[in-house]
Design a protein around this ligand. Structure first.
Ligand code: GSH
Length: 283
């Protein structure tokens, strides 16, 4: 059975259909623009994402950079049905191009879109393989993740609107304890009372001292950023895909201080990629 035949309510693309029913649990942004009478409008690619997901941010970047009209579909984070119907498992991002099987994997999606001449010549250069960028992520992502994750639950992201989605998010993401207890493995974490897990999230949200620590650590990003519009020399590349996918979420952290280069890079990339920052929801 193909993915296409598995999900008839999601996938048929009749050129005569007027309004395609939204999959249950999915939130279509700008859905009215997809309701036009002409078949041409149905040529827009569908991109299924979570706003909270760095891999989805990666995939969204190429659409914004190339100004490609598409249907951006935010799934609820606890919606297993929609991604499973599309690709056979719960994973995002998912790209669905008209007439093709839906595909996962952020980097494959980016390449598929960037290499398609319908949307102009490729714009992204290959990854430079810079060790300093890899080291930065390895060293600082754990604290960034802790502070970002504990704040995402308070942000207005479409994938976490429902209480069930926020509970699912906590289930999926163990964190270290508020008194420095080690981050448990996922089986142990899930065996705990939901109220205890929620309280760890909440305590990290209320405690501010780690925000100061991260502010200091982020100064190490300053010498890594070559230009406000691309992190490595020579223009936009997969280095930006990887780097912005992570740092996009930093403005969520209320009180975080960033060096001028990182701050400017995040602003410029957000504008170039048309991916909003979550700073206005920082609480
Ligand atoms: N290698 C994949 C990773 C994608 C991924 O891990 N997505 C996460 C969200 S950030 C996901 O869908 N997880 C399913 C879940 O947590 O239920 C890619 O690059 O696209």
């Amino acid at each position: 059975m193909t993915a296409l035949s598995r999900a008839p309510s999601i996938l048929p693309r009749s050129s005569r259909s007027s309004v395609r029913p939204a999959p249950r649990g999915a939130r279509a942004v700008g859905a009215s623009t997809a309701r036009g009478p002409g078949p041409a409008r149905w040529q827009r690619p569908d991109l299924y994402v979570y706003d909270l997901c760095p891999f989805c941010t990666r995939a969204r970047m190429i659409f914004g950079l190339k100004k490609i009209p598409h249907r951006l579909i935010f799934m609820s984070y606890d919606d297993v049905e929609t991604p499973t119907a599309l690709i056979g498992k719960k994973l995002a991002p998912i790209l669905h191009l008209s007439g093709e099987a839906p595909m996962p994997e952020s980097l494959d999606i980016i390449k598929r879109i960037d290499d398609d001449s319908r949307w102009g010549p490729p714009i992204l250069q290959a990854s430079s393989g810079r060790e300093d960028l890899k080291l930065f992520e390895k060293k600082h992502w754990p604290l960034m993740r802790l502070l970002i994750h504990t704040r995402l639950l308070h942000a207005y992201v479409p994938d976490l609107v429902f209480r069930s989605a926020r509970d699912y998010f906590i289930d999926q993401h163990p964190i270290q304890g508020p008194s420095g207890e080690e981050r448990p493995n996922i089986e142990l974490w899930r065996s705990w009372e939901p109220s205890l897990r929620r309280s760890w999230y909440q305590q990290h949200f209320e405690k501010r001292h780690l925000v100061e620590t991260l502010s200091q650590e982020l100064l190490e990003a300053e010498p890594l950023i070559h230009h406000e519009a691309h992190v490595s020399p020579g223009g936009l590349s997969y280095d930006d895909v990887m780097f912005f996918g992570r740092v996009r979420y930093l403005p969520l952290i209320d009180g975080l201080q960033m060096g001028p280069k990182l701050h400017q890079y995040i602003q410029v990339m957000s504008e170039q990629t048309e991916i909003p920052l979550l700073s206005r929801t920082a609480r």
